[in-house]
Design a protein around this ligand. Structure first.
Ligand code: SF4
Length: 279
C-alpha cells in the first residue's frame, strides 16, 4: 500500500529530508510527528541567528515590493541583521538582473505521479531570453560551492523553472541554458554563487528526481530506514531523542565545516518553511 497521499507535494525540504534520512522524512511528513525546536547548543545563539535570518528575508521582501527604506523595521545596531541589511543596500544584488521580477513566487508542476513545488525568493526574467533565480542566504559561513550545487534546493528550483515556468515566459518553456541561479550571502556580499543551468544538468535532475519519487512511493508499508550517517545527520536532528541517537545536542559553533553547513541548511530550511508549511 503506498503511504504517500495522492495530493502530497514534494518540496526541497521534504526531498532533502528523505535524502539525508528516510526516517526523518517518514516521521515528519507521513507520521506528522511533532517537529520540536532545532537541537543544537547554544540554543539561544542559534535561535537568535534563525530569527534574524527570517527577519532579513521579510525586510528584503518588503523593500522589493516598494516599501521605502526609512519605513522598514528599525534594526538593532551592531546586530547581524543590521550588517546584512547594510551589505544588501551597498552591494545591490539586483543590479543587472532582468527588469521583470517576481518575489516570493511559488511554482508547482505535476511530475512523477505527484506534484513538486518551490517557493522562490526572486525570479527575474526577460521573456524568451534569460531567467535568474536569486536566493538569499544568511548562513554564518560562505557555504561551499560543491555543497550548494548538490542540495535539493538547487536541483529542484532549476528543474522546476524549466518544467513549470511557462506562465512567466509568455506561455513558452524556459530553456535550461537560459537559466541561472544566484545564491547571495548577506554576510559575504562580494562572494555570491552563480550556477548556470544546462540541458545536461536538466536531464540528470529529471532522472534523479524521478527515481527518488519512485523509491519513496514504492516503500509501501515498509519502515523508512534511519540514516547510517549518524554523526553527520543525527547530531543536530530534532528527532534525536525519539530515535535514541544521542542524548546531548551538538554545539553548532564547534562543528566541522560539513556539519556546520548541514545545521545552517536546517536554519535556511526553517526560513523556507515559513511559506512551505502552508502548502
Ligand atoms: S535522529 Fe537521525 S535517524 Fe532519527 S530522524 Fe533524525 S537523522 Fe534520522
Amino acid at each position: 500500500m503506498p503511504r504517500i497521499p495522492e495530493n502530497f507535494q514534494f518540496s526541497q525540504s521534504s526531498l532533502q529530508d528523505y535524502l539525508d534520512c528516510p526516517r526523518r522524512f517518514e516521521l515528519r511528513y507521513l507520521l506528522k510527528q511533532e517537529w520540536p525546536a532545532l537541537q543544537s547548543e547554544p540554543v539561544l545563539e542559534l535561535e537568535s541567528h534563525m530569527e534574524q535570518g527570517k527577519q532579513f528575508h521579510r525586510i528584503v521582501q518588503q523593500h522589493l515590493i516598494g516599501i521605502p527604506e526609512e519605513q522598514l523595521s528599525t534594526l538593532s545596531k551592531g546586530s547581524a541583521l543590521q550588517r546584512w541589511w547594510d551589505n544588501y543596500l551597498s552591494a545591490n544584488p539586483l543590479e543587472g538582473l532582468p527588469q521583470k521580477q517576481y518575489f516570493e513566487y511559488r511554482l508547482t508542476a505535476p511530475f512523477g505521479g505527484y506534484r513538486i513545488v518551490a517557493q522562490y525568493d526572486l525570479i527575474a526574467i526577460s521573456p524568451g531570453e534569460r531567467a535568474v533565480i536569486l536566493d538569499w542566504k544568511t548562513s554564518q559561513k560562505r557555504t561551499r560551492s560543491e555543497f550548494l550545487k548538490s542540495r535539493m534546493q538547487t536541483r529542484l528550483y532549476l528543474f522546476l523553472l524549466v518544467l513549470g515556468g511557462q506562465e512567466l515566459n509568455q506561455g513558452n518553456e524556459i530553456l535550461p541554458n537560459q537559466i541561472e541561479m544566484i545564491y547571495w550571502f548577506a554576510g559575504y556580499p562580494a562572494e555570491p554563487e552563480f550556477i548556470r543551468y544546462t540541458q545536461f544538468k536538466f536531464e540528470a535532475d529529471r532522472d534523479f528526481l524521478f527515481q527518488t519519487l519512485r523509491e519513496i512511493a514504492n516503500r509501501g508499508d515498509e519502515e523508512f530506514p534511519k540514516t547510517m550517517e549518524v554523526d553527520r545527520h543525527c547530531k543536530y536532528c530534532r528527532y534525536r531523542s525519539l530515535c535514541k541517537t544521542g542524548k546531548d545536542a551538538g554545539d553548532w559553533r564547534q562543528s566541522e565545516s560539513g556539519e556546520l553547513e548541514e545545521i545552517e541548511s536546517l536554519v535556511e530550511l526553517d526560513i523556507d518553511q515559513i511559506s512551505e508549511i502552508e502548502i
